[in-house]
Design a protein around this ligand. Structure first.
Ligand code: KIV
Length: 272
């Protein structure tokens, strides 16, 4: 059953603001390759995020820090080739925008030109405002990302809930208002208390997209491999698994091995 209130043939940054205005929750999922993006897009997910979580789930790194701009462009271009409806947002990877705003703009332009992505996402607030301004001035839509920002994991030290204390919560609200003023079209809120998500979402007119931010966000995002249960060692409270593909795929592959070993596969009908 779909609970969409209005048909969007192609989701744009404007559609997302429209959805918030009309109380329609926004669905967002990651994808990093053509085949997965085709399935995600066909299921009417509003936003596909080519996240730098590709560094973890696709490349097996412990953090998102190692993935490069070239690698993000490769993933994003593969996704774009599959997508007909969703808005495709691409993460600017660590090191491609923090040093100065000119480099940030160059990185964003490379993503737009070389992958065909529709928007970029950057982590942070006040500290990256010059980069956000420059990218927006070039006509590139920007999604913000506040709360737990995985590119700063070595500053935080852990992946636990952020902004539980008043000072950090106040800064997060100010950062969200700043990102809205600068012209961002949406903000991801990662792993913050539900009450703070509610406060932020009510303080700004652009949509908030939560991951571990509770039910008051204007939309939700998950990493597709987590939702499908392909990753099985990552079990945060906020994650709802809709399948256990780790087990199902493992069983299917074991069966294939058994069938090859026992010479059951291929049979007479499966050959020329
Ligand atoms: O890279 C990613 O997958 C993300 C989501 C967790 C929001 O940034």
């Amino acid at each position: 059953m779909s609970t969409a209130k209005k048909e969007y043939k192609r989701v744009t940054v404007k559609s997302l603001v429209d959805m918030k205005k009309h109380g329609e929750k926004i669905s967002m999922l990651t994808a990093y390759d053509y085949s997965m993006a085709k399935i995600v897009d066909s299921a009417n997910v509003d936003v596909i995020l080519v996240g730098d979580s590709a560094s973890n789930v696709m490349a097996g790194h412990e953090t998102t820090l190692p993935i490069t701009l070239d690698q993000m462009i490769y993933h994003a271009a593969s996704v774009i080739r599959a997508v007909q409806r969703a808005l495709v947002v691409v993460d600017l990877p660590f090191g491609s925008y923090q040093s100065d705003s000119k480099e940030a703009l160059r990185s964003a332009i490379r993503i737009m030109k070389e992958s065909g992505g529709h928007a970029v996402k950057l982590e942070g607030g006040e500290e990256i405002k010059e980069s956000v301004k420059k990218i927006l001035k070039a006509g590139i839509p920007v999604m913000g990302h506040l709360g737990l920002t995985p590119q700063s994991i070595y500053k935080f030290g852990t992946y636990t809930v952020r902004a539980k204390e008043e000072e950090e919560a106040e800064k997060l609200i100010e950062d969200a208002k700043l990102l809205e003023r600068l012209g961002c079209f949406a903000i991801v809120l990662e792993k913050i208390p539900a009450a703070l998500t509610k406060k932020v979402s009510e303080s700004i007119s652009i949509p908030t997209i939560g991951i571990g931010g509770g039910k008051h966000a204007d939309g939700q995002v998950l990493v597709i491999h987590d939702l499908l249960g392909m990753t099985h060692e990552f079990n945060p409270r906020f994650l709802r698994r809709y399948m256990n593909l780790y087990e199902e795929m493992g069983n299917a592959i074991s069966q294939y091995v058994t069938d090859v070993k026992s010479q059951d596969f291929p049979n007479d009908e499966e050959q020329y």
